[in-house]
Design a protein around this ligand. Structure first.
Ligand SMILES: Nc1ncnc2c1ncn2[C@@H]1O[C@H](COP(=O)(O)OP(=O)(O)OP(=O)(O)O)[C@@H](O)[C@H]1O
Length: 255
């Protein structure tokens, strides 16, 4: 198994003195879709930031595709699909320009797009089924279409590690199924996806692994082994409605 993501003893402390993650460790092989689960404030975004090299590490190691994180970032190995709330949708930018941003790291410092960049953008938009929208303003798309554009940006970047923050929030079931199918295709290509989601009932269906977070990594591993009712209670502090809905869809999980 090739190493996709490895986090070893990671501690992240913000300038305020807040320790958002303490001694967190997990690893994921390539060819994986992993669910990142935890309640609000558990440290999921902090973990994403650490995987993108945005937060100073107080301790620990982060490696992507067997390289130290800084080197992997320089090699354009990691891409981020943001939560809808993080994006300024009024910013006047066309769909194809957003996807072209995925090419910036492959261009010279003048950021002049070449044919290869334009081809990569067209292919990525085609792949997520958004080619006909390429000249639309990003703010004029539906929630699910916006998500697909940001997945296209990750594809244009040729990232092999893709971090997705709430990709199913505010999307209908058809779009959810399309995004899941796309993620499965990317998994088959040997990429690794880490997906923060509150849609826990859907996790057994599309995540082969899970990483449970609550100020640290509580548990990680194959979904059927790790996503137990007890583990969910530890992760979410016994929020009964969430936990009760899960066992129905966890095939083979121990209660
Ligand atoms: N820039 C920051 N400076 C100080 N503290 C921060 C900063 N960003 C996050 N935190 C704190 O770190 C902890 C973890 O936050 P984080 O955003 O990683 O949680 P999360 O799991 O992504 O939550 P959510 O599901 O609400 O997005 C929280 O207590 C939060 O208040």
């Amino acid at each position: 198994m090739t190493e996709g993501i490895r986090v070893d003893g990671l501690t992240v402390r913000y300038r305020t003195g807040m320790t958002a993650l303490r001694d967190a460790s997990f690893s994921l092989p390539t060819g994986t879709i992993a669910g990142l689960l935890g309640m609000n404030g558990a440290g999921k975004s902090t973990l994403f930031k650490a995987l993108m090299g945005f937060v100073p590490r107080a301790a620990g190691e982060v490696a992507l595709l067997g390289q130290p994180v800084a080197q992997a970032i320089r090699a354009q190995a990691v891409a981020y699909v943001p939560q809808a709330e993080e994006v300024d949708w009024t910013f006047p930018v066309l769909v194809e320009d957003v996807v072209m941003m995925g090419r910036y790291g492959h261009m010279g410092f003048l950021r002049r797009a070449r044919d290869a960049d334009r081809r990569a953008v067209a292919q990525a938009l085609e792949r997520v089924g958004m080619a006909e929208f390429r000249h639309r303003q990003i703010g004029e798309l539906s929630g699910g279409q916006k998500k697909r554009v940001f997945v296209a940006r990750a594809l244009a970047q040729q990232a092999r590690v893709i971090l997705l923050d709430e990709p199913f929030a505010g999307v209908d079931m058809t779009t959810e199924a399309q995004i899941m199918d796309l993620l499965r295709e990317l998994r088959a290509e040997g990429r690794v996806m880490l997906v923060a989601t509150h849609n826990i009932a859907a996790v057994p269906e599309f995540c082969d692994r899970v990483v449970l977070v609550r100020g640290t990594v509580l548990a990680h591993g194959p979904t059927a082994e790790v996503l137990t009712e007890a583990a969910l209670r530890d992760t979410f502090g016994g929020m009964a409605p969430l936990v009760e809905s899960v066992p129905l869809r966890v095939a083979g999980a121990r209660a």
